[in-house]
Ligand binder design. Structure first.
Ligand SMILES: Cc1cc2nc3c(=O)[nH]c(=O)nc-3n(C[C@H](O)[C@H](O)[C@H](O)COP(=O)(O)O)c2cc1C
Length: 313
């Protein structure tokens, strides 16, 4: 199927990235015992009865031949603490299962430890469409937990927090629970929400996206660094960092250091100016909170926040 409308694929990728999804690792094993797995967010439900799901695999994937020939595959839905697992399975490499804890499921497909949900599926249909293959699987076994899922939204990993109830509406019982003025959770959440809205507005006057801002600030801190080093600090998928860096280079904010053997990157003069502005608004926001609370309360507030972060009950 072709279309007369020419849509730029990087624009499309960006637009589709505004649709927040969960994150899964799809796994399978060949009849020769070769295991494979990759990070996937194209996974979605198709039908409850019969129980069908689908996901899409790039034709360029090293895993294609195993998934095409395997009778079964597993969908490992990642928990909020499994960002490193997502990054690991989103990187092409041999020995993907070294140092990974898993059990074997149907067809020997690996079931990764620590996930929210595992779906074991039998491939029932397979279509090649555009530059991807669509796999339809029938869910034959499942196990789920009450853990929080990992979210992927606009190139960033995220966790979900329920929105506080709107003051003008009477909320559902769960919203009312979280909107209880006695609840620390509700207060903390509302404080983060209000700070973020305020901060984002100022940040967007300088640069359009949060992840670009983070990369500029990392480059400002390290002077020069490689994508691999940056990936260790920022913890978003390496493939996303490569795309963002490419955009920052095109807009003249970042440059590669010539004569560098390992493709080091640094800020250009205008990149430095932008990142300094970003760091300044971060500092100014901190200062505003300091003024709002007064020095003693501000210091105590930081101590208290740290106590809650370290709290293990
Ligand atoms: C959050 C996220 C979602 C992804 N979703 C998909 C997807 O739905 N389909 C796909 O083919 N690749 C997807 N990828 C990219 C693959 O995980 C990546 O290209 C991987 O290296 C492919 O491995 P392989 O070539 O060894 O199979 C995604 C990557 C990330 C970080």
């Amino acid at each position: 199927m072709t279309s007369d409308v020419l849509v730029n694929s990087s624009e499309l990728r960006k637009a589709l990235g505004t649709f927040a999804t969960g994150v899964t690792v799809l796994t399978a094993c060949s009849n020769k015992g070769e295991m494979t797995g990759l990070t996937v967010n194209s996974f979605t439900s198709v039908s409850l009865s019969p129980p069908l799901i689908l996901w899409c695999l790039a034709s360029t994937s090293d895993s294609l031949s195993i998934f095409r020939s395997a009778e079964y595959f597993a969908v490992n839905i990642l928990a909020s603490g499994q960002r490193d697992i997502s990054n690991h399975f989103a990187t092409k490499q041999v020995g993907k299962f070294n140092n990974i804890k898993f059990k074997r499921g149907l067809g020997d497909a690996p079931l990764l430890q620590g996930c929210v949900t595992w779906l074991q599926c039998k491939t029932v249909k397979l279509y090649e469409e555009g530059d991807h293959w669509i796999f339809i699987g029938e869910v034959v076994e499942l196990k789920t937990t009450s853990k929080e899922g990992l979210i992927f939204n606009q190139s960033n990993y995220a966790i979900s927090l329920p929105l506080p109830a709107n003051d003008n509406e009477s909320g559902t019982p769960s919203e009312l629970l979280h909107s209880d003025s006695e609840s620390y959770f509700s207060l903390l959440f509302q404080a983060i929400h209000s700070y973020q809205e305020n901060f984002e507005q100022h940040q967007h006057e300088i640069i359009e996206s949060d992840y670009k801002a983070r990369i500029l600030c990392v480059l400002n801190h390290y002077n020069s660094t490689t994508i691999t080093e940056m990936h260790k600090v920022i913890k978003i998928p390496k493939s996303e960092i490569e795309i963002i860096i490419h955009e920052l280079i095109s807009s003249g904010l970042v440059e590669t250091i010539t004569n560098s053997e390992n493709n080091a990157l640094r800020l250009t003069q205008s990149g430095k100016e932008k990142s300094n502005k970003l760091l300044l608004i971060l500092h100014e926001h901190d200062e505003k909170i300091n003024q709002l609370l007064g020095e003693d309360e501000y210091q105590q507030f930081r101590v208290n926040l740290q106590k809650i972060i370290d709290w293990n009950y």
